[in-house]
Ligand binder design. Structure first.
Ligand code: ADP
Ligand code: MG
Length: 666
């Protein structure tokens, strides 16, 4: 049995206690036969009007009898192969039955395989029954008895919250909650128990996060800004900022003026112009004597930022450098030396700027692009390089409020809710393989008009050979089909140099069709590319699809996104339908979150999002706000959790999140 329990993730008594029911079955109400409804589970008293009979049919022993009750209606009860029932039930006697109603017709009903109890047991039986997730070989009854036996043997768990704390947040005692999550007497008790357990889960997680981010929050700053005039920079750019961009820049300037360190999250849909906002913030930092860093998740993206921004910065005599994994060792050494001696003002790069040997003279501002691609840990590491630095993180993934609270704690939120003028929504369609020829014809037409095409196929893990094969297969197919055009290939297994060369060729329109994995997912901008074909689109998250689609529609020409999928499942079609209908990143992200859960939404490994046993980040927002409050309060009073009343919280916190805490802090 222990092997089977392991399959359910149960290894210890604690695991078993925390194996919470999936749902509950209501056996509180005693019903009469005249009230039976088809398919309902019912608990009822029935008096046998005839003895149990047994017949053989289809190799089965069929036992049946008829019962009636005070309503006068009758129920026909049947069991299979349970021979003992013949002796268990006596004509004229009344028993308690529990089962699922089969057919109902007039005053007659049928039920198969009811459970049988004696009427004296009514009180014991009546109640709410836990239903657990099972695996083959483990029954509800087995788990029920096993968990029940723990309580019978007097198992007690540690209460980590003080009485005062529990009173304040209206929380049930730990053991009471545990017993009632498994064996409640009423739904109110389930609610009370759930609330307590969810509170504890979310509280501990947020407390852990708060510890991780402790250094960043509400710290008095050491950066002072005197000159907040960005007009020199604005004079260089070939367009007018959108109102939304200007508004966010004002918010950044206010942070710069205040005496608290900046911690700002900028959300803006793909193409909303976040890079410019970051550039202006960096410009102001440099103008006030600080160094600034811009960190992008990929080399390609870092290059693109560098190419776009260095032109402006150089005109303003700002020294900007790029450092990625493709920078040579010698160049790297030179850059590191220059950063230390303040010969460089702005460094743009990938997480290679996080390496330990990189030091700054006076780093004042760190901007992280496409934040959802980085973990909290990486962000921390960079902030730790400055004395106390201002931080801006940018993401195109609109984060629902509940998740923003969890992931970013006290981060201030700015939203760029407007696209630069002239952008047209990307026309999206969903097709299966039977449309291949038509899709090819369409691509041909677009390319003959001078446009370029992306073809993306799914790649879950950059080093998965399986996916690599699929890109290469696709590449061969397209080369065969489009002999008259240049077809290029791009994937994560290529050397950075090769990747950069391919991207450069694509930017310069030397490549007409680029077959790629999701390495192009974030940020890349080639305005002449107007068609995005996504193979096996059902295998992507919607947020990722939206990001990919954002690679086109960056110029003034009409743009198209073709989602290919042969998946016929209803859910899959619904998801792609959302993409077809909506160009609004926020709406899509919200729906994606609902469909896939927060783990997939962010990519569990990247963000370290936990899996909660009971808490649901989408629906438990009220508790989330409470725990946020509680965490703030506890941190204010006893940051290091040294007080005796917080001792058990600290122990549990480290038991649960110790590894992560040490990783990040150490
Ligand atoms: P994202 O928010 O997705 O990172 P980018 O910063 O890459 O978007 O901007 C997308 C494109 O829009 C870039 O080519 C950029 O130069 C351009 N852009 C940014 N701001 C404006 C603006 N106010 N008016 C017109 N074009 C703009
Ligand atoms: Mg961007």
């Amino acid at each position: 049995m222990s092997e089977l329990l392991n399959k359910l993730g149960i290894y210890t008594i604690k695991d078993l206690l925390e194996y919470y029911p999936r749902v509950y079955e209501d056996r509180t109400r005693l019903t009469t036969i005249d009230n039976f409804v088809k398919d309902q589970n019912v608990l009822f008293l029935g008096t046998l009007v005839k003895p149990v009979t047994m017949v053989y049919a289809k190799k089965k022993k069929i036992l049946s009898t008829v019962v009636t009750d005070k309503s006068g209606s009758v129920a026909f009860l049947t069991w299979f192969n349970q021979v003992y029932i013949k002796d268990r039930l006596k004509e004229g006697q009344t028993y308690l039955f529990y089962g699922k109603v089969g057919a109902v017709s007039g005053t007659r009903a049928t039920l198969d395989s009811c459970s049988i109890y004696n009427i004296e047991d009514l009180e014991k039986i009546q109640g709410i029954y836990p239903i657990y997730s099972l695996t083959a070989g483990i029954t509800q009854n087995y788990l029920f008895k096993l968990i029940n036996s723990l309580f019978d043997s007097g198992v007690v768990i540690d209460e980590i919250f003080s009485d005062d704390f529990r009173r304040k947040y209206n929380l049930a005692e730990a053991n009471y909650a545990l017993r009632n999550i498994h064996f409640p007497k009423s739904y109110d008790m389930v609610k009370t128990a759930r609330n307590r357990i969810i509170f504890e889960e979310l509280f501990l997680f947020q407390l852990a996060l708060m510890n991780i981010k402790e250094k960043e929050i509400g710290t008095k700053k050491t950066n002072y800004y005197e000159d907040l005039d960005e007009s020199d920079f604005l004079a260089l750019i070939p367009f007018k900022l959108t109102n939304a961009q200007s508004k966010v820049i004002d918010q950044i300037k206010n942070d710069m003026k205040s005496d608290v360190v900046m911690n700002r999250l900028i959300q803006g849909d793909v193409g909303s112009g976040k890079t410019m906002v970051a550039a202006i913030a960096m410009y102001l930092a440099v103008k006030n004597g600080y160094q600034a860093a811009l960190m992008a998740p990929t080399t390609i993206l870092a290059n693109q930022h560098y190419i776009e921004l260095s032109e402006y910065f150089e005109k303003l005599n700002i020294r900007v450098e790029i450092m990625t994994s493709s920078t040579t060792k010698r160049q790297k050494e030179k850059i590191i030396e220059a950063l230390k001696n303040k010969k460089i003002d702005i460094i743009i790069g990938t997480h290679s700027i996080l390496e330990d040997n990189v030091e700054f003279s006076n780093l004042g501002l760190v901007v992280t692009d496409e934040q959802h691609r980085f973990g909290v840990k990486q962000r921390m590491k960079l902030s730790a390089k400055g004395n106390i630095v201002d931080t801006i993180v940018m993401t195109a993934t609109p984060i629902p409020r509940s998740l923003a609270i969890i992931l970013y704690g006290d981060l201030d939120l700015s939203i760029i809710d407007e696209l630069p003028p002239g952008r047209k929504p990307v026309d999206t369609c969903v097709v299966n393989d039977s449309y291949n020829q038509r899709v090819y014809n369409f691509l041909r037409k677009q390319i003959n008009e001078g446009r370029q095409v992306y073809v993306v196929c799914p790649l879950v893990e950059e080093n998965e050979d399986l996916d690599l094969n699929s890109v290469e297969k696709l590449y061969e197919e397209y080369k065969k089909e489009f002999k008259e055009f240049n077809v290029g290939i791009l994937h994560g297994k290529m050397k950075n140099k090769e990747k950069d060369q391919i991207m450069q060729d694509f930017k310069e329109n030397n490549i007409n069709i680029l077959i790629s994995t999701t390495v192009i997912e974030v940020g890349i901008s080639v305005p002449n590319a107007t068609v995005m074909v996504i193979e096996n689109a059902d295998r992507f998250g919607l947020a990722a699809l939206h990001q990919l689609r954002g690679r086109v529609g960056r110029g003034s020409a009409a743009s198209y996104c073709i989602l290919k999928s042969n998946n016929k499942s209803v859910i899959s079609r619904q998801r792609l339908e959302i993409m077809r209908k909506s160009n609004d990143g926020f709406e899509i992200a919200q729906k994606d979150l609902e469909l896939r859960g927060p783990g997939d939404f962010f990519g569990v490994r990247q963000s370290g999002m936990p899996e909660f046993k009971l808490a649901n980040l989408l629906t438990d927002t009220r508790v989330l706000e409470q725990t946020q409050e509680a965490v703030k309060e506890i941190v204010k009073e006893d940051k290091a959790l040294m007080l005796d009343k917080n001792r058990k919280i600290k122990e549990t916190l480290y038991k649960k999140y110790g590894e992560q805490l040490n990783n990040i802090v150490g």
